[in-house]
Write a protein that binds this ligand. Structure first.
Ligand code: ZN
Length: 112
């Protein structure tokens, strides 16, 4: 499962940064183009960490809408569907400018 391997890589990053402090919450930004199901990701998070020091920590996911910029008219379009078409001129020569994020934005720690 895609989400399971994502959780493992998040764990790796969190462990490097948290050191011996206890992690209460991990804040994550996930772009809508990443095909990640937030509920599945949080479920995997509790599963992967059940018997580890990260057990009981919360994974908080902020979903980032996908956005494209048109190379024809320079307009930007926020996408509600994964269709890469400019809303201003109908052009398809577009660049994805947001929506591919997969980023740990912050950790909330409590002293051990
Ligand atoms: Zn356009």
């Amino acid at each position: 499962m895609h989400e399971l391997s994502l959780c493992r890589s998040i764990v790796g990053v969190v462990e490097r940064h948290a050191d011996t402090a206890r992690v209460r919450r991990v804040n994550l930004q996930v772009g809508q183009l990443r095909q990640v199901v937030p509920a599945t990701l949080t479920y995997c998070w509790s599963l992967v960490n059940a018997d580890t020091p990260l057990g009981g920590s919360e994974l908080c996911i902020e979903s980032v809408p996908a956005r494209i910029r048109c190379t024809g008219c320079a307009g930007t379009t926020e996408l509600d569907a994964p269709v890469l078409v400019c809303a201003h001129c109908g052009g398809t020569a577009v660049q994805v400018v947001a929506g591919e994020e997969f980023l740990i934005t912050s950790l909330e720690l409590t002293e051990a």
